[in-house]
Design a protein around this ligand. Structure first.
Ligand code: ATP
Ligand code: MG
Length: 445
């Protein structure tokens, strides 16, 4: 039967599937990816699309990026393309650029991690040895991520019965799951991301060790955890991923951020709305700013501290800055929030009290602020979640859209120094109004 392991097949021999069997639509393959494989093949090398792109093609989804695997060394790859750069992080890869389009070309990696340097917990620190294609396949994380597609012959090479797992919607680690998680605990997070994103079941052997091995994540450098957490949050299925993390027992102590997010009753609705709108934007192909996302995820922690500082006598704006400092310091230690992201977060938070000032010149000044749009989107989330009255969001929507006269009129509707007036009745803060304000966004998940 198709996809079942053929006992006659040697372990280093793949199942080879033709177009009728795999059903990949060649139209979904980017022309630049084909240019790269073709150039490499014409120079006498092997070259295939690999990993997520092949998985997505098999699922009939247009891949968002294309990775290429080859037996050419990074130096050999670089020589074949006009704009190609060797990137030497954990593994050496080559970035090939065509205009804005970036393709990652990786040399087949060797299989043996036995001799590779490891930390005290068994995590592989470095391995940059090159190898054969079947070894490269064995090094990959899941069976569905270890298939190779040659656009020239339209064949799929499947070393680990990935096609069967695609069909049965199963996420399965290649090899012994415990060993693979130990080598690289980030794979624990990847299980959750792919299961949630693809709607796949996790194979029992792949799933069983997850909760026990979760603490291994603590030994991974914060920057790598951050990269993977960001992929999870920007997967278009952030909410499902976070729910799944909790379900797998991976949220505790995994990331202080996620603890906060998943366990704060106060901000739950706000976070849900923020993630819903992020997921929607990602799925519509719109850009998402990590700063905005993290600002939202941590907002209620800021609010809590903001209130506490005000209660102890700080005026609102300095109190907000103190609260932001506290939250950012705590998170940057553990999460390696990049400085640029942290400064975006601070800007978005700092704008919030400024939306309260709706008289005199203040609103005009705010219109010139380069971060207005992000701050305003954030304000709308606060309204939708019932944290603040929706009237304030509506006022800003009107004010931003209005012409000069319209703006004056809106300003005149606010008495000097108060920021409120004739519309006072509309700004009631009864629990009912709050619920109503948030209702249209309910049931998003
Ligand atoms: P996405 O579409 O979300 O980018 P992807 O499968 O392409 O999914 P990447 O993180 O871009 O995920 O990784 C590309 C490929 O590299 C994977 O498909 C997998 O084969 C391999 N890979 C990535 N990370 C690991 C890892 N930690 N361990 C083993 N293999 C990995
Ligand atoms: Mg990818």
């Amino acid at each position: 039967m198709l996809g079942k392991k053929d006992p006659a097949r040697a372990p280093d021999q793949p199942a080879v599937l033709g177009p009728k069997e795999h059903g990949i639509d060649p139209q979904l393959v980017s022309t630049n990816a084909v240019r790269v494989t073709q150039t490499l093949q014409e120079a006498g090398f092997k070259a295939f699309l690999v990993g997520g792109a092949v998985r997505d093609l098999l699922l009939g989804i247009k891949p968002k990026d294309f990775d290429i695997a080859t037996n050419a060394t990074p130096e050999q790859v670089k020589r074949l393309f006009r704009r190609a750069f060797i990137i030497g992080r954990r593994f050496q890869i080559v970035h090939v650029m065509f205009g804005q389009d970036l393709l990652e070309v990786t040399t087949f990696r060797g299989a043996s991690v036995d001799e590779a340097p490891k930390d005290a917990h068994g995590r592989v620190l470095r391995d940059n040895t090159f190898g054969e294609q079947h070894e490269d396949a064995e090094r990959r994380d899941f069976t569905i991520n270890a298939m190779y597609y040659d656009p020239a012959t339209q064949t799929v090479l499947d070393y680990h019965d990935g096609i069967a797992d695609i069909r049965s919607k199963t996420l399965r680690v290649i090899g012994i799951p415990e060993a693979r998680y130990r080598e690289d605990p980030v794979r624990l997070l990847r299980v959750v991301r792919f299961a949630a994103k693809l709607g796949f079941d996790i194979a029992p052997e792949t799933r069983a060790p997850i909760a026990v091995m979760a603490p291994l994540i603590n030994n991974v450098p914060a920057s790598r955890v951050f990269d993977e957490a960001l992929k999870l949050l920007l997967s278009g299925h952030a909410l499902a991923c976070l729910q799944r993390l909790r379900q797998e027992g991976l949220h505790h102590g995994l990331l202080p951020l996620l603890d906060v997010v998943l366990e704060q009753p106060l901000g739950e609705k706000f976070v849900r709305l923020a993630l819903d709108s992020t997921d929607l934007r990602v799925r519509e192909g719109k850009p998402v700013s990590p700063g905005f996302l993290f600002a939202a995820l941590l907002w209620h922690q800021v609010v809590e501290k903001w209130n506490a500082y005000q209660a102890s006598g700080e005026p609102p704006i300095p109190a907000l800055h103190l609260a932001a400092d506290d939250v950012l310091t705590a998170q940057t230690d553990k999460l390696a929030l990049q400085r640029r992201i942290a400064s975006d977060m601070r800007d978005i938070w700092a704008l919030q009290p400024r939306f309260d000032r709706r008289t005199g010149k203040s609103p005009y000044k705010l219109l010139e602020n380069p971060r207005l749009r992000a701050g305003y989107d954030f304000l709308l989330l606060r309204c939708a979640s019932g944290e603040i009255d929706s009237e304030i969001g509506e006022w800003w929507t009107d004010f931003m859209a209005a012409d000069g006269a319209g703006r004056e009129e809106l300003l005149a509707s606010k008495p000097k120094g108060e920021g409120d007036g004739p519309k006072k009745r509309a700004r009631r803060r009864s629990p009912r109004t709050r619920q109503k304000a948030a209702a249209p966004n309910e049931g998003g998940q």
